[in-house]
Write a protein that binds this ligand. Structure first.
Ligand code: ATP
Length: 371
Protein backbone atom coordinates (compact mmCIF):
# COMPACT_ATOMS: atom_id res chain seq x y z
CA UNK A 1 0.00 0.00 0.00
CA UNK A 2 1.26 3.49 -0.80
CA UNK A 3 2.17 5.32 2.42
CA UNK A 4 -0.07 8.39 3.00
CA UNK A 5 2.97 10.70 2.94
CA UNK A 6 3.58 9.76 -0.72
CA UNK A 7 0.27 11.25 -1.86
CA UNK A 8 -0.59 14.92 -2.26
CA UNK A 9 -4.25 15.47 -3.22
CA UNK A 10 -3.49 18.28 -5.69
CA UNK A 11 -0.68 16.68 -7.63
CA UNK A 12 -1.26 12.91 -7.31
CA UNK A 13 1.43 10.41 -6.29
CA UNK A 14 4.95 11.76 -5.86
CA UNK A 15 8.12 9.68 -5.78
CA UNK A 16 9.94 9.37 -2.46
CA UNK A 17 13.07 11.57 -2.46
CA UNK A 18 16.19 10.05 -4.00
CA UNK A 19 19.50 10.70 -2.26
CA UNK A 20 22.68 9.69 -4.05
CA UNK A 21 26.32 9.87 -2.98
CA UNK A 22 28.86 11.48 -5.29
CA UNK A 23 32.46 10.36 -4.84
CA UNK A 24 34.62 12.22 -7.34
CA UNK A 25 37.81 10.16 -6.89
CA UNK A 26 41.15 10.95 -8.54
CA UNK A 27 42.55 11.87 -11.95
CA UNK A 28 39.87 12.16 -14.64
CA UNK A 29 37.23 11.63 -11.93
CA UNK A 30 37.33 15.42 -11.43
CA UNK A 31 36.05 15.82 -14.99
CA UNK A 32 33.83 12.82 -15.70
CA UNK A 33 32.01 12.62 -12.36
CA UNK A 34 30.65 16.22 -12.26
CA UNK A 35 29.74 15.86 -15.96
CA UNK A 36 27.88 12.64 -15.20
CA UNK A 37 25.96 14.33 -12.39
CA UNK A 38 24.97 17.10 -14.82
CA UNK A 39 23.71 14.59 -17.38
CA UNK A 40 21.77 12.61 -14.75
CA UNK A 41 20.15 15.80 -13.43
CA UNK A 42 19.19 16.82 -16.97
CA UNK A 43 17.63 13.40 -17.68
CA UNK A 44 15.73 13.29 -14.40
CA UNK A 45 14.33 16.76 -15.01
CA UNK A 46 13.50 15.90 -18.63
CA UNK A 47 11.25 13.00 -17.57
CA UNK A 48 9.50 15.20 -15.02
CA UNK A 49 10.84 13.59 -11.88
CA UNK A 50 11.73 15.47 -8.69
CA UNK A 51 15.45 16.32 -8.61
CA UNK A 52 18.00 14.02 -7.01
CA UNK A 53 19.62 15.21 -3.78
CA UNK A 54 23.37 14.65 -4.16
CA UNK A 55 25.75 14.33 -1.27
CA UNK A 56 29.38 14.86 -2.24
CA UNK A 57 31.70 12.85 -0.01
CA UNK A 58 35.48 12.91 0.37
CA UNK A 59 37.54 10.06 -1.14
CA UNK A 60 40.98 9.55 -2.71
CA UNK A 61 43.71 12.19 -2.79
CA UNK A 62 41.29 14.93 -1.66
CA UNK A 63 40.40 12.86 1.40
CA UNK A 64 44.08 12.20 2.16
CA UNK A 65 44.54 15.99 2.26
CA UNK A 66 41.42 16.71 4.30
CA UNK A 67 41.09 13.61 6.51
CA UNK A 68 44.48 11.87 6.40
CA UNK A 69 43.04 8.76 4.70
CA UNK A 70 41.75 7.97 1.18
CA UNK A 71 38.51 6.50 2.55
CA UNK A 72 37.37 8.33 5.72
CA UNK A 73 34.94 6.73 8.19
CA UNK A 74 32.61 9.69 7.76
CA UNK A 75 32.29 8.85 4.05
CA UNK A 76 31.42 5.23 4.83
CA UNK A 77 28.91 6.24 7.51
CA UNK A 78 27.22 8.73 5.17
CA UNK A 79 26.99 6.12 2.38
CA UNK A 80 24.97 3.86 4.67
CA UNK A 81 22.09 6.33 4.70
CA UNK A 82 21.95 6.91 0.93
CA UNK A 83 20.01 5.14 -1.83
CA UNK A 84 23.03 4.61 -4.09
CA UNK A 85 26.37 6.12 -5.08
CA UNK A 86 28.37 7.23 -8.08
CA UNK A 87 32.06 6.47 -7.54
CA UNK A 88 34.76 8.04 -9.70
CA UNK A 89 38.04 6.22 -10.44
CA UNK A 90 40.84 6.23 -7.91
CA UNK A 91 44.58 6.23 -8.49
CA UNK A 92 45.49 4.16 -5.44
CA UNK A 93 48.82 3.03 -6.96
CA UNK A 94 50.00 6.66 -6.63
CA UNK A 95 48.89 7.16 -2.98
CA UNK A 96 51.62 7.76 -0.38
CA UNK A 97 53.38 4.52 0.64
CA UNK A 98 51.46 4.36 3.94
CA UNK A 99 48.20 3.65 2.05
CA UNK A 100 49.48 1.56 -0.85
CA UNK A 101 49.24 -1.85 0.84
CA UNK A 102 45.63 -1.15 1.86
CA UNK A 103 42.48 -2.23 0.10
CA UNK A 104 41.63 0.41 -2.54
CA UNK A 105 38.79 2.85 -1.65
CA UNK A 106 36.48 1.04 -4.09
CA UNK A 107 37.47 -2.30 -2.55
CA UNK A 108 36.73 -1.01 0.97
CA UNK A 109 33.26 0.13 -0.11
CA UNK A 110 32.48 -3.12 -1.95
CA UNK A 111 33.58 -5.17 1.06
CA UNK A 112 31.87 -2.99 3.68
CA UNK A 113 28.51 -3.04 1.87
CA UNK A 114 28.74 -6.58 0.48
CA UNK A 115 28.40 -5.43 -3.14
CA UNK A 116 28.86 -8.97 -4.44
CA UNK A 117 27.84 -8.51 -8.08
CA UNK A 118 29.94 -6.48 -10.48
CA UNK A 119 27.91 -6.15 -13.66
CA UNK A 120 29.98 -5.02 -16.65
CA UNK A 121 28.31 -4.67 -20.05
CA UNK A 122 30.42 -4.38 -23.21
CA UNK A 123 28.56 -3.19 -26.29
CA UNK A 124 29.71 -1.83 -29.63
CA UNK A 125 28.14 1.50 -30.65
CA UNK A 126 27.34 2.87 -34.10
CA UNK A 127 29.91 5.51 -35.00
CA UNK A 128 32.64 3.91 -32.86
CA UNK A 129 35.23 1.73 -34.49
CA UNK A 130 35.27 -1.56 -32.59
CA UNK A 131 37.48 -4.62 -33.03
CA UNK A 132 34.36 -6.72 -32.41
CA UNK A 133 31.61 -4.73 -34.08
CA UNK A 134 28.72 -6.97 -32.95
CA UNK A 135 29.77 -7.18 -29.29
CA UNK A 136 26.78 -7.01 -26.91
CA UNK A 137 27.46 -8.98 -23.75
CA UNK A 138 27.43 -8.54 -20.00
CA UNK A 139 30.16 -9.88 -17.76
CA UNK A 140 28.85 -10.76 -14.29
CA UNK A 141 31.83 -10.82 -11.99
CA UNK A 142 31.75 -12.23 -8.46
CA UNK A 143 33.11 -9.38 -6.40
CA UNK A 144 33.84 -10.65 -2.89
CA UNK A 145 36.17 -13.68 -3.06
CA UNK A 146 37.91 -15.85 -5.70
CA UNK A 147 41.53 -15.08 -6.51
CA UNK A 148 41.46 -11.48 -5.22
CA UNK A 149 43.33 -12.08 -1.99
CA UNK A 150 42.98 -8.46 -0.84
CA UNK A 151 39.27 -8.96 -0.11
CA UNK A 152 38.69 -12.67 0.37
CA UNK A 153 39.46 -12.86 4.12
CA UNK A 154 37.32 -11.61 7.02
CA UNK A 155 40.42 -10.09 8.61
CA UNK A 156 43.77 -9.63 6.91
CA UNK A 157 44.78 -10.57 3.41
CA UNK A 158 44.84 -13.91 1.63
CA UNK A 159 48.27 -12.96 0.26
CA UNK A 160 51.30 -13.44 2.51
CA UNK A 161 55.09 -14.06 2.64
CA UNK A 162 56.37 -16.75 4.99
CA UNK A 163 59.95 -15.69 4.09
CA UNK A 164 61.29 -12.76 2.04
CA UNK A 165 61.70 -15.10 -0.93
CA UNK A 166 58.38 -16.95 -0.79
CA UNK A 167 55.05 -15.32 -1.66
CA UNK A 168 51.72 -17.15 -1.42
CA UNK A 169 48.08 -16.38 -2.06
CA UNK A 170 44.88 -18.13 -1.10
CA UNK A 171 41.82 -18.26 -3.35
CA UNK A 172 38.41 -18.57 -1.71
CA UNK A 173 35.31 -20.08 -3.33
CA UNK A 174 32.19 -20.65 -1.25
CA UNK A 175 29.10 -22.39 -2.59
CA UNK A 176 26.88 -19.63 -1.17
CA UNK A 177 28.74 -16.84 -3.01
CA UNK A 178 28.88 -18.88 -6.26
CA UNK A 179 25.12 -19.55 -6.07
CA UNK A 180 24.36 -15.92 -5.27
CA UNK A 181 26.21 -14.64 -8.34
CA UNK A 182 24.66 -17.44 -10.43
CA UNK A 183 21.17 -16.13 -9.64
CA UNK A 184 22.24 -12.62 -10.71
CA UNK A 185 23.58 -13.98 -14.02
CA UNK A 186 20.54 -16.18 -14.71
CA UNK A 187 18.03 -13.40 -13.96
CA UNK A 188 19.94 -11.09 -16.29
CA UNK A 189 20.12 -13.73 -19.04
CA UNK A 190 16.39 -14.40 -18.71
CA UNK A 191 15.79 -10.70 -19.48
CA UNK A 192 18.24 -10.76 -22.43
CA UNK A 193 19.00 -13.53 -24.93
CA UNK A 194 18.76 -16.40 -22.43
CA UNK A 195 22.34 -17.64 -22.50
CA UNK A 196 24.90 -17.88 -19.68
CA UNK A 197 28.54 -18.81 -20.27
CA UNK A 198 30.44 -19.88 -17.14
CA UNK A 199 34.16 -19.08 -17.29
CA UNK A 200 36.49 -21.31 -15.23
CA UNK A 201 39.85 -23.08 -15.38
CA UNK A 202 38.89 -26.54 -14.20
CA UNK A 203 41.77 -28.29 -15.96
CA UNK A 204 44.26 -26.85 -13.42
CA UNK A 205 41.99 -25.43 -10.68
CA UNK A 206 39.56 -28.30 -10.43
CA UNK A 207 38.30 -27.76 -6.87
CA UNK A 208 37.98 -23.97 -6.76
CA UNK A 209 36.77 -23.07 -10.24
CA UNK A 210 35.14 -26.51 -10.38
CA UNK A 211 32.93 -25.52 -7.44
CA UNK A 212 32.05 -22.29 -9.25
CA UNK A 213 31.08 -24.17 -12.43
CA UNK A 214 29.06 -26.76 -10.52
CA UNK A 215 27.18 -24.15 -8.45
CA UNK A 216 26.22 -22.04 -11.47
CA UNK A 217 25.13 -25.11 -13.43
CA UNK A 218 22.94 -26.26 -10.50
CA UNK A 219 21.33 -22.84 -10.03
CA UNK A 220 20.64 -22.47 -13.75
CA UNK A 221 18.41 -25.59 -13.65
CA UNK A 222 15.87 -23.41 -11.87
CA UNK A 223 15.72 -21.07 -14.90
CA UNK A 224 14.11 -23.14 -17.67
CA UNK A 225 14.54 -20.46 -20.35
CA UNK A 226 18.26 -20.06 -19.69
CA UNK A 227 20.82 -22.16 -21.56
CA UNK A 228 24.21 -22.66 -19.86
CA UNK A 229 27.56 -23.46 -21.45
CA UNK A 230 31.13 -23.03 -20.20
CA UNK A 231 34.61 -22.03 -21.34
CA UNK A 232 38.11 -22.17 -19.89
CA UNK A 233 39.32 -18.62 -19.20
CA UNK A 234 42.23 -18.76 -21.65
CA UNK A 235 39.99 -20.03 -24.45
CA UNK A 236 37.44 -17.37 -23.53
CA UNK A 237 40.01 -14.59 -24.07
CA UNK A 238 40.58 -15.89 -27.59
CA UNK A 239 36.84 -16.35 -28.25
CA UNK A 240 36.16 -12.74 -27.23
CA UNK A 241 38.62 -11.49 -29.84
CA UNK A 242 37.49 -13.85 -32.59
CA UNK A 243 33.73 -14.04 -32.00
CA UNK A 244 32.81 -11.79 -29.05
CA UNK A 245 29.40 -11.16 -30.64
CA UNK A 246 28.33 -14.75 -29.86
CA UNK A 247 28.12 -14.25 -26.09
CA UNK A 248 25.25 -12.97 -23.96
CA UNK A 249 25.89 -13.18 -20.19
CA UNK A 250 29.31 -14.32 -19.00
CA UNK A 251 29.60 -15.23 -15.32
CA UNK A 252 32.94 -15.74 -13.62
CA UNK A 253 35.04 -15.25 -10.50
CA UNK A 254 36.62 -11.99 -9.42
CA UNK A 255 39.99 -11.86 -11.17
CA UNK A 256 38.94 -13.59 -14.41
CA UNK A 257 36.01 -11.14 -14.58
CA UNK A 258 38.24 -8.11 -14.04
CA UNK A 259 40.58 -9.12 -16.85
CA UNK A 260 37.94 -10.29 -19.32
CA UNK A 261 35.82 -7.17 -18.83
CA UNK A 262 38.74 -4.84 -19.65
CA UNK A 263 39.36 -6.95 -22.75
CA UNK A 264 35.69 -6.91 -23.76
CA UNK A 265 35.48 -3.15 -23.12
CA UNK A 266 38.47 -2.41 -25.31
CA UNK A 267 37.25 -4.79 -28.06
CA UNK A 268 33.93 -2.96 -28.16
CA UNK A 269 35.61 0.44 -28.72
CA UNK A 270 37.58 1.78 -25.77
CA UNK A 271 38.04 1.27 -22.06
CA UNK A 272 36.44 4.73 -21.76
CA UNK A 273 33.17 3.17 -22.99
CA UNK A 274 32.92 0.33 -20.43
CA UNK A 275 30.39 0.93 -17.62
CA UNK A 276 29.82 -1.11 -14.48
CA UNK A 277 27.51 -1.45 -11.51
CA UNK A 278 28.42 -2.98 -8.15
CA UNK A 279 25.35 -4.28 -6.35
CA UNK A 280 24.10 -6.23 -3.37
CA UNK A 281 20.42 -7.08 -2.89
CA UNK A 282 19.86 -3.69 -1.23
CA UNK A 283 22.51 -1.20 -2.39
CA UNK A 284 24.30 -0.30 -5.61
CA UNK A 285 27.21 1.80 -6.79
CA UNK A 286 27.94 3.06 -10.30
CA UNK A 287 31.66 2.81 -11.13
CA UNK A 288 33.27 2.93 -14.59
CA UNK A 289 35.42 -0.12 -15.37
CA UNK A 290 38.45 2.05 -16.18
CA UNK A 291 40.96 3.70 -13.84
CA UNK A 292 41.90 7.33 -13.09
CA UNK A 293 43.88 7.73 -16.36
CA UNK A 294 46.53 10.05 -14.82
CA UNK A 295 48.17 10.42 -18.25
CA UNK A 296 45.24 12.54 -19.50
CA UNK A 297 43.85 13.93 -16.23
CA UNK A 298 43.04 17.66 -16.15
CA UNK A 299 43.30 17.99 -19.95
CA UNK A 300 39.61 17.88 -20.89
CA UNK A 301 40.31 14.76 -22.99
CA UNK A 302 38.67 11.98 -20.97
CA UNK A 303 35.76 10.03 -22.39
CA UNK A 304 32.88 10.30 -19.87
CA UNK A 305 30.78 7.61 -21.62
CA UNK A 306 31.59 4.77 -19.20
CA UNK A 307 30.78 6.92 -16.17
CA UNK A 308 27.52 8.18 -17.70
CA UNK A 309 26.40 4.68 -18.71
CA UNK A 310 27.31 3.40 -15.22
CA UNK A 311 25.06 6.07 -13.71
CA UNK A 312 22.28 4.98 -16.11
CA UNK A 313 22.70 1.41 -14.81
CA UNK A 314 22.31 2.73 -11.27
CA UNK A 315 19.10 4.55 -12.22
CA UNK A 316 17.74 1.32 -13.76
CA UNK A 317 18.64 -0.64 -10.64
CA UNK A 318 16.95 1.97 -8.42
CA UNK A 319 13.92 1.99 -10.71
CA UNK A 320 13.49 -1.79 -10.26
CA UNK A 321 14.06 -1.68 -6.55
CA UNK A 322 11.79 1.29 -5.83
CA UNK A 323 9.20 0.70 -8.53
CA UNK A 324 10.04 4.16 -9.85
CA UNK A 325 9.39 4.03 -13.61
CA UNK A 326 10.60 7.59 -14.18
CA UNK A 327 14.12 6.59 -13.20
CA UNK A 328 14.15 3.89 -15.90
CA UNK A 329 12.98 6.50 -18.40
CA UNK A 330 15.76 8.85 -17.32
CA UNK A 331 18.29 6.01 -17.73
CA UNK A 332 16.97 5.26 -21.21
CA UNK A 333 17.31 8.94 -22.17
CA UNK A 334 20.95 8.94 -21.09
CA UNK A 335 21.73 5.74 -23.03
CA UNK A 336 20.02 7.00 -26.19
CA UNK A 337 21.61 10.43 -25.97
CA UNK A 338 25.08 8.89 -25.58
CA UNK A 339 24.44 6.47 -28.48
CA UNK A 340 23.12 9.28 -30.71
CA UNK A 341 26.07 11.52 -29.83
CA UNK A 342 28.54 8.78 -30.77
CA UNK A 343 26.60 7.88 -33.92
CA UNK A 344 26.76 11.56 -34.96
CA UNK A 345 30.57 11.34 -34.85
CA UNK A 346 31.04 13.41 -31.68
CA UNK A 347 33.88 11.51 -30.00
CA UNK A 348 36.73 12.07 -27.57
CA UNK A 349 40.40 11.47 -28.42
CA UNK A 350 40.47 7.83 -27.20
CA UNK A 351 37.97 7.09 -30.01
CA UNK A 352 39.97 9.08 -32.55
CA UNK A 353 37.66 12.10 -32.25
CA UNK A 354 38.25 15.78 -31.61
CA UNK A 355 35.63 16.51 -28.94
CA UNK A 356 36.73 17.56 -25.48
CA UNK A 357 35.10 16.04 -22.40
CA UNK A 358 33.06 19.23 -21.95
CA UNK A 359 31.90 19.29 -25.60
CA UNK A 360 30.89 15.64 -25.47
CA UNK A 361 28.91 16.23 -22.26
CA UNK A 362 27.22 19.30 -23.69
CA UNK A 363 26.11 17.35 -26.76
CA UNK A 364 24.74 14.50 -24.63
CA UNK A 365 22.84 17.00 -22.45
CA UNK A 366 21.33 18.71 -25.50
CA UNK A 367 20.24 15.37 -26.97
CA UNK A 368 18.59 14.32 -23.71
CA UNK A 369 16.43 17.44 -23.89
CA UNK A 370 15.66 16.96 -27.59
CA UNK A 371 13.82 13.65 -27.17
P1 ATP B 1 43.24 0.77 -12.81
O1 ATP B 1 44.20 -0.32 -12.45
O2 ATP B 1 42.96 1.72 -11.70
O3 ATP B 1 41.99 0.26 -13.47
P2 ATP B 1 44.84 1.21 -15.13
O4 ATP B 1 46.27 1.29 -14.75
O5 ATP B 1 44.32 -0.07 -15.67
O6 ATP B 1 43.94 1.69 -13.91
P3 ATP B 1 43.52 3.32 -16.60
O7 ATP B 1 43.60 4.46 -15.67
O8 ATP B 1 42.21 2.65 -16.77
O9 ATP B 1 44.66 2.30 -16.22
O10 ATP B 1 44.06 3.77 -18.01
C1 ATP B 1 44.52 2.86 -19.01
C2 ATP B 1 44.63 3.62 -20.33
O11 ATP B 1 43.31 3.88 -20.81
C3 ATP B 1 45.33 4.97 -20.20
O12 ATP B 1 46.08 5.24 -21.35
C4 ATP B 1 44.18 5.95 -20.09
O13 ATP B 1 44.47 7.23 -20.57
C5 ATP B 1 43.09 5.29 -20.94
N1 ATP B 1 41.75 5.59 -20.40
C6 ATP B 1 41.17 5.05 -19.32
N2 ATP B 1 39.97 5.58 -19.10
C7 ATP B 1 39.78 6.50 -20.08
C8 ATP B 1 38.70 7.40 -20.38
N3 ATP B 1 37.58 7.47 -19.66
N4 ATP B 1 38.85 8.22 -21.46
C9 ATP B 1 39.96 8.16 -22.22
N5 ATP B 1 41.00 7.34 -21.98
C10 ATP B 1 40.91 6.51 -20.91
Amino acid sequence: MTPPSAITPESGPVEPPLRLGLLVGDGIGHEIVPDTRRVVDTAVEAVGRDPITWMELPIGFDAIDSHGTPIPDETLTALEGLDGWVLGPHDSAAYPAAFRGDLTPGGVIRKRFGLFANIRPARAHAGVQATVSDMDLVIVRENTEGFYADRNMHIGSGEFMPTPDVAMAVAVFTRAACERIAHTACRLAAARRGRVTVVHKTNVLALTTGLFLEAVTDVARGYPGVHVDSEHVDAMAAHLVRRGGDFDVVVTENMFGDILSDLAGELSGSLGMAPSLNASASQAMAQAAHGAAPDIAGRNRANPTAMMLSAAMLLDWLSDRRGDALLARAAERIRRAVADTLAAGVATADLGGLASTAEFTETVGARILRR
